[in-house]
Design a protein around this ligand. Structure first.
Ligand code: SF4
Ligand code: SF4
Length: 109
C-alpha cells in the first residue's frame, strides 16, 4: 500500500500531522532540498531516500513526507476529513539477481 496525496482536497487542518506515529508529514514553505530536509519534523537521516513533495497548497506551503520514515500504516488516510490522503495498492518489482548470477554466454563455434 502506498500513500497518495491530493493537494486540492487538503484544507491544511494538520490532523494527519497530529496522528502520524513517526512525524513524517510536514507542512512548510518549499525550498532547496537540503534546506527543506532541515525543516522536517522528523530528522532526515538518510539523504538517499526521496522526499514526497506535493504541489503548492492554498496557503502556498507544500506537504513534505519523508518516505524513509513512513510506516504505510494508513492512519493519515483514516484521520483526514477530506480524503486528501488515500491508501492505494501498488506493485513493486525489484530485480534481485545481478550480472554475477547470469549464465555465461556460449561462444559460437
Ligand atoms: S502512512 Fe502512517 S507513517 Fe506514513 S504518513 Fe501516514 S500516518 Fe504517517
Ligand atoms: S488531515 Fe487531510 S486535510 Fe488535514 S492537513 Fe492532513 S491531508 Fe490536509
Amino acid at each position: 500500500m502506498q500513500t497518495v496525496f491530493t493537494p486540492k482536497l487538503c484544507i491544511e487542518c494538520d490532523a494527519c500531522v497530529d496522528i502520524c506515529p513517526t512525524d513524517c508529514i510536514t507542512f512548510t514553505e518549499n525550498g532547496e532540498e537540503l534546506d527543506l530536509r532541515g525543516r522536517l519534523t522528523a530528522p532526515s537521516l538518510h539523504l538517499d531516500q526521496p522526499l514526497y513533495i506535493s504541489d503548492a497548497l492554498k496557503t502556498g506551503r507544500i506537504m513534505a513526507k519523508d518516505e524513509d520514515v513512513c510506516l504505510h500504516c494508513g492512519l493519515c488516510a483514516e484521520r483526514c476529513p477530506t480524503g486528501a490522503w488515500d491508501m492505494q495498492k501498488f506493485l513493486l518489482e525489484i530485480t534481485h539477481a545481478g550480472t554475477g548470477c547470469r549464465k555465461p554466454q556460449r561462444k559460437a563455434a
